[in-house]
Design a protein around this ligand. Sequence first.
Ligand code: URA
Length: 237
Amino acid sequence: MRIDKLLANSTPLGRKEIKQYIRKGQVRCNDKVITDPGTHVDENNDEITMNGERVTYSKHTYLMLNKPDGYISATFDKHYPVVTELVPEEFSHVELFPVGRLDIDTHGLLLLTNNGDLAHRLLSPKSQVPKTYFVKSAKPVNDADIETFAKGIELEPDFTTLPAKLEPIADDKLTSHVTIYEGKFHQVKRMFEAIDNEVLYLKRLSMGSLVLDETLSEGECRPLTEDEISDLIQGLS
Ligand code: URA
């Protein structure tokens, strides 16, 4: 690939700055100075340095966001702030998008990436990726509700959810963990409506093997670790 493209993908620098670095002879490929931004390099095998620092080529970027209330899971919206506005400046050169949608008032784990293929596989109904949520409900949940979730709930005339887990986590049964295997619009909220209850607060804790890093404050994100990335990918195959 072209050296200027590789550097644009792998560093926070803009095209203009990259050109300047190259023109000044500050970029090397296998220790040979590169002066033409259009030079082709082998992104997998060549050793690229910039001012003596090794540049690691990464085709894809993966960020874990602790989504706050008030943000739309999109890259653009006419009326509301969008989750990509929370991405730090250093990733502004990457075209990240959210993998699936959390409602505007839902909190917690949202994966942002530029890997369309992985996003597609994570969201495909065939993959049945488990998603676990923390829920505060208006009324206590009971054993009958747990059974109803376990059987699957008819949400639309032609759609019944896969068996889901409802696990109350406090004595008052007003807080629960819920695990679902699809990602239908307002799914958890609609499942609670179906048992004559109401979700007051919803936070996603995990998606597949990926678990929300609770050290992230709301609105903060961090890159996934190598292990998190490989576990997520392996969980799909
Ligand atoms: N279920 C919902 O109802 N809302 C979400 O944001 C996610 C799952």
